[in-house]
Design a protein around this ligand. Structure first.
Ligand SMILES: NC(=O)c1ccc[n+]([C@@H]2O[C@H](COP(=O)([O-])OP(=O)(O)OC[C@H]3O[C@@H](n4cnc5c(N)ncnc54)[C@H](O)[C@@H]3O)[C@@H](O)[C@H]2O)c1
Length: 282
């Protein structure tokens, strides 16, 4: 992962951003990129140790950062995260919410237990709802107060992570695909309800990106991709995809940054696929 390369400068200067799932993969890459662009960061993750690593990396870049462990399935945790971000970093307001926490438990339909179905819907879809709901006082209501006071509101942005599984379906991922398709409905609804408050809400739909979720599946682990399937995806990407290489977390983080910045201030309710040219092929 490239930590030192500067893409642009100060795109998020002074903005307060909350990133869920910041301990690993796409969330960590987004935290590093946001820090380089001048954001103040509230980073949260279920797992304390990887979260601590990201916080250290971001601190070494000079960013103002707070790390909090949080389970996005628990409303109280989400409330605590948003309240802390607004009160300790944002003067009562949150500018950017990147809902990146997510997980897989893949099985074909006839082997999918109700427990696995509910678990994935709970983390990916309900977790995203919980975070948007908990951020509402500091995004929607904060904008309403600004409007009443001065007749103007600043732009705020929410970025959710869907998946090509959600946009096109994927064999072996009925729970995950449904959760990621649900995120698209959620995104478009927030976009419609909150456009009048200048809160944008967009989704990024990555294809296969090299992270813990797409590593070759080890025995006894619930996430990862079976070795043969991973080889097939890698071969397809090498033959026909952009860069001839699998996507990296920074490839997604750059698009999250676009939606978080003023570059996308007149864009809402959109789903942008980030799949290196592998559109509908896997
Ligand atoms: N890697 C891919 O190919 C790919 C493709 C499409 C979408 N996505 C999505 O991108 C997002 C990031 O995934 P990644 O690939 O970086 O995976 P990752 O496993 O590297 O990172 C996900 C992070 O989310 C955290 N998390 C999981 N459950 C949580 C919970 N209940 N509360 C708080 N944090 C929780 C994990 O601890 C982990 O640090 C996910 O939403 C995933 O579904 C990934």
């Amino acid at each position: 992962m490239i930590y030192n390369k500067k893409i642009m400068s100060d795109l998020l200067k002074g903005k307060t951003a909350v990133i869920t799932g910041a301990g690993r993969g796409i969330g960590q890459a987004t935290a590093i990129l946001f820090a380089k662009e001048g954001a103040k960061l509230l980073l949260c993750d279920l797992d304390r140790e990887p979260l601590g690593e990201t916080v250290s990396k971001v601190k070494s870049l000079g960013a103002n950062v707070i790390g909090l462990t949080c389970n996005v399935t628990k409303q109280d945790d989400c409330t605590n995260v948003m309240k802390t971000a607004a009160e300790k970093l944002g003067n009562g307001s949150i500018d950017i919410l990147a809902n990146i926490a997510g997980i897989t438990h893949d099985k074909v339909i006839h082997k999918m237990s109700l427990e696995d179905w509910n678990f994935i819907l709970g983390v990916n879809l309900t977790g995203t709802f919980n975070c948007v709901f908990a951020a509402s006082p500091y995004m929607r209501d904060a904008a309403k107060k600004e409007e009443e006071k001065s007749g103007k509101t600043q732009t705020r942005s929410i970025i959710n992570i869907s998946s090509t599984s959600g946009t096109t379906g994927n064999a072996g991922q009925i729970n995950y695909a449904a959760s990621k398709a649900g995120i698209i409905g959620l995104t478009k609804t927030v976009a419609k309800e909150w456009a009048r408050f200048n809160v944008t809400c967009n989704a990024v739909a990555p294809g296969v990106i090299e992270t813990r979720l797409t590593q070759t599946r080890k025995p006894g682990e619930d996430f990862g991709i079976p070795e043969e399937q991973k080889q097939m995806i890698t071969m397809l990407q090498k033959q026909t995809g952009l860069n001839r290489d699998l996507g990296q977390p920074t490839d997604v983080a750059k698009v999250v940054l676009f939606f978080a910045s003023d570059l996308a201030s007149y864009v809402t309710g959109q789903v942008l696929t980030v799949a290196g040219g592998m559109i509908g092929s896997i």
